[in-house]
Write a protein that binds this ligand. Structure first.
Ligand SMILES: [Zn+2]
Length: 526
């Protein structure tokens, strides 16, 4: 042992000196010690509440469609959590929305054989009024023109109409890439493209669009609309809103939709039974949840945490935007515990109705000009469960100085792989930070690693608790808490000077800063 230890020590020393002997290629120097940073990390790692909060929100409450009772339940839950942590919180009304409550969807194939099918109503879909409705399944035919469509239309009476194309494969592209022959992959992709184009043509020839077709079919007496919005990930379908006003619109998993489609195509006369419950609950008020830790030196300057609270309701909104929500909740809890007397006021906004057009945050910007005018910085997270790997200066000329300064306080392991872009561009309306950027206030997006967000979980039925990568979310809570702490402590107020935006290649004109957009204060009623 005695001989091994000095040898080991010498070896370790060598490793350490190698690691630090290679600047600028080695790791950046470690952040200087800061007791508050240490306390943030300790609390986040030794007393994490993320799993518990995630379970309560995603499993205990569930999806949070704007105007649904679950959205309201979530707002009340968030206020209760903040109150338990000693942080004053409130639900601020910003508008009104069509109220709708999802009930059961039971779908069975009853002919030519029996199988329970996997699917659900779209959001805001009408139900079957307490009954089980049985009918033949027909495919939207390929008409010569809209006159032929109109002639066929009366025949849909009492039938369920399939309005999505039949996917040629239920395997994700990854799977093809792993096992398929190159020629087979190319053939499949070409077939899929051709089918997609042909299907778009088929819809166009009816003289309708995917948006208007369902209403025409229901007015002709269809029993229901059946579709399948496959997201190119096994088992994953995107679930948006229904267009029908009287009969249900249901989305089926690719496997079951393909089964019905092929049976209908081969003349095997499939029939399905559908029981869909849902409830219209009138026009309901909609809210943002806002919580606050008052500043001691500059209480009228603000640092904000930001994440939308609403979701689509195919899954439980776990990564869109349950994870952004968890980051902000946890960062607030930690900050209150280890940094209870910030120099500037810390605010968090859990926005309602991002999914229908950033309405909650746009309304907040409109309703609180005094906060927007005195905003030191806002940090928004809304692209899934991954570690934050990108922060852009969002077009603010001096963002480089302050964001870089704040980031030096973050220990390397919590900013691994993090890239910054300065001055960056203000960007479009991708998420709620854009509402603030449009108003000229320094709002930043904490942009994360994808974990196949776009195909796997974004707006899909598979956006559930089990997809959360808690280590990454914990990383983000630590990063956010440190950035907020630094933005609060910074002796300087952040500059809002805008950079000159690059020439727009489409127009040849200099790029324009995005304009402030009005929120929709009353929606979902048309
Ligand atoms: Zn989102």
């Amino acid at each position: 042992m005695k001989r091994i230890i000095p040898a080991l020590c010498a070896f370790m020393l060598l490793l350490v000196s190698i690691a630090y002997a290679q600047p600028p290629y080695g790791p950046p120097p470690q952040a200087p010690k800061d007791p508050i940073v240490d306390a943030i990390i300790k609390e986040a790692t030794e007393n994490s509440q993320l799993e518990k909060l995630g379970h309560e929100l995603m499993d205990g409450i569930g999806p949070r469609l704007v105007g649904s009772p679950k959205m309201q339940q979530a707002h009340d839950w968030a206020v209760k959590k903040y109150t338990e942590w000693g942080i004053p919180a409130r639900n601020e009304k910003w508008g009104e929305w069509r109220g709708w409550e999802r009930g059961i969807t039971h779908i069975d194939m009853v002919a030519p054989w029996v199988k329970s099918l996997s699917g659900q109503q779209l959001a805001w879909s009408p139900g079957t009024k307490g009954k089980t409705v049985t009918g033949d399944v027909v495919i939207l035919p390929d008409f010569a023109d809209s006159i032929a469509f109109q002639k066929w239309l009366p025949s849909v009476k009492g039938k369920f109409v399939l309005i999505s194309m039949n996917q040629p494969t239920g395997r994700a592209d990854d799977n093809w890439d792993k096992f398929g022959k190159k020629e087979s992959i190319e053939k499949m992709k070409k077939e899929r493209t051709d089918l997609t184009n042909a299907w778009n043509d088929r819809i166009r020839k009816t003289g309708k669009t995917t948006a208007t077709l369902p209403v025409v079919l229901e007015n002709a007496g269809a029993a229901g609309i059946v579709m399948s919005y496959w997201s190119r990930w096994s088992g994953s379908n995107k679930i948006f809103g229904a267009r029908t006003k009287k009969v249900p619109t249901i989305d089926l998993m690719l496997e079951d939709y393909g089964l019905l489609y092929r049976l209908a195509e081969s003349g095997s006369a499939p029939r399905i039974s559908v029981r869909a419950d849902s409830k219209e609950t009138g026009v309901v008020p909609t809210f943002n949840t806002v919580a606050e830790i008052k500043g001691t030196e500059k209480p009228n300057e603000y640092v904000m945490l930001s994440a939308h609270f609403d979701s689509w309701d195919g899954g439980t909104g776990a990564t869109d935007n349950g994870t952004g929500t968890l980051v902000m909740l946890e960062a607030m809890r930690i900050l209150k515990k280890v940094y209870p007397n910030p120099k500037r006021t810390i605010l968090v906004g859990h926005w309602g109705s991002e999914e229908q057009g950033l309405n909650g945050s746009r309304a907040f910007v409109e309703d609180h000009p005094e906060i927007v005018a005195n905003l030191q910085a806002l940090f928004n997270q809304d692209n899934g469960t991954g570690r934050v790997t990108n922060i852009s200066g969002q077009g603010f000329l001096h963002a480089y100085e302050y964001i870089t300064r704040w980031l030096t306080k973050v220990p390397n392991e919590y900013k691994e792989g993090l890239e910054t872009r300065f001055p960056g561009s203000p960007g479009g309306g991708g998420s709620d930070f854009a509402s603030f950027v449009a108003a000229g206030a320094p709002g930043f997006s904490l942009s994360s690693l994808s974990w196949d967000y776009g195909t796997f979980t974004w707006h899909t039925n598979l956006d559930t608790y089990d997809k959360i990568v808690f280590d990454d979310v914990r990383n983000n809570a630590i990063l956010t808490a440190i950035l907020v702490y630094q933005a609060c402590e910074d002796p300087q107020k952040t500059s809002r000077e805008k950079s000159v935006l690059p020439i727009n290649p489409r127009t040849g004109e200099p790029g324009q800063w995005p304009e402030i957009r009005k929120p929709t204060r009353k929606g979902g009623l048309d």
